[in-house]
Design a protein around this ligand. Structure first.
Ligand SMILES: [Fe+2]
Length: 156
């Protein structure tokens, strides 16, 4: 049965908030990764890659906000500590010393990881009847798979 925020049980809210916080953490780490690559990418494709990495971090900055605000909408705590985000994220930071191709591959991997994490969050929300969280996760997951395609196409 479909449940809105007020009808969700405490256990459901706790489980969904945990999955959403994981999604926020990985989105935030990938935001910084994209900005780092935007700054440090080199090579003949500098212009389009500089722009693509910017599109990614601008999208992710809004995305992490939407996910965190959904956590607050179900009355749970949004974890906003960078150290905690880095610790739990399946996407790792990088120092930005890499070739353009390696940056593209790392960002593709990050997008695929994010799509998987957020699809899992949507599945969990659906299990609890939380259609509105599920919907947000579907939207965010589609964005990550689109960016994964953009990046993958550079390496074909
Ligand atoms: Fe910039």
């Amino acid at each position: 049965m479909t449940q809105t925020a007020t009808a969700l049980s405490i256990d459901a809210k706790t489980a969904i908030a945990e999955a959403l916080n994981q999604s926020v953490a990985e989105t935030a780490v990938t935001t910084m990764l994209a900005q780092n690559f935007h700054w440090n990418v080199k090579g003949m494709a500098f212009g389009p890659l500089h722009d693509l990495f910017q599109k990614i971090y601008e999208d992710h900055f809004i995305g992490q906000d939407d996910l965190a605000e959904r956590i607050r909408s179900i009355d749970a705590h949004a974890d906003g500590m960078l150290a905690g985000m880095i610790k739990r994220s399946k996407v790792a930071e990088h120092d930005g010393h890499a070739s353009d191709k390696d940056m593209i591959k790392m960002m593709q991997d990050a997008q695929e990881t994010l799509a998987e994490t957020i699809a899992g969050c949507g599945e969990l929300a659906a299990k609890h009847g939380d259609t509105l969280t599920e919907d947000l996760c579907i939207l965010r997951g589609q964005v990550h798979e689109k960016f994964a395609w953009f990046l993958r196409s550079h390496l074909a």
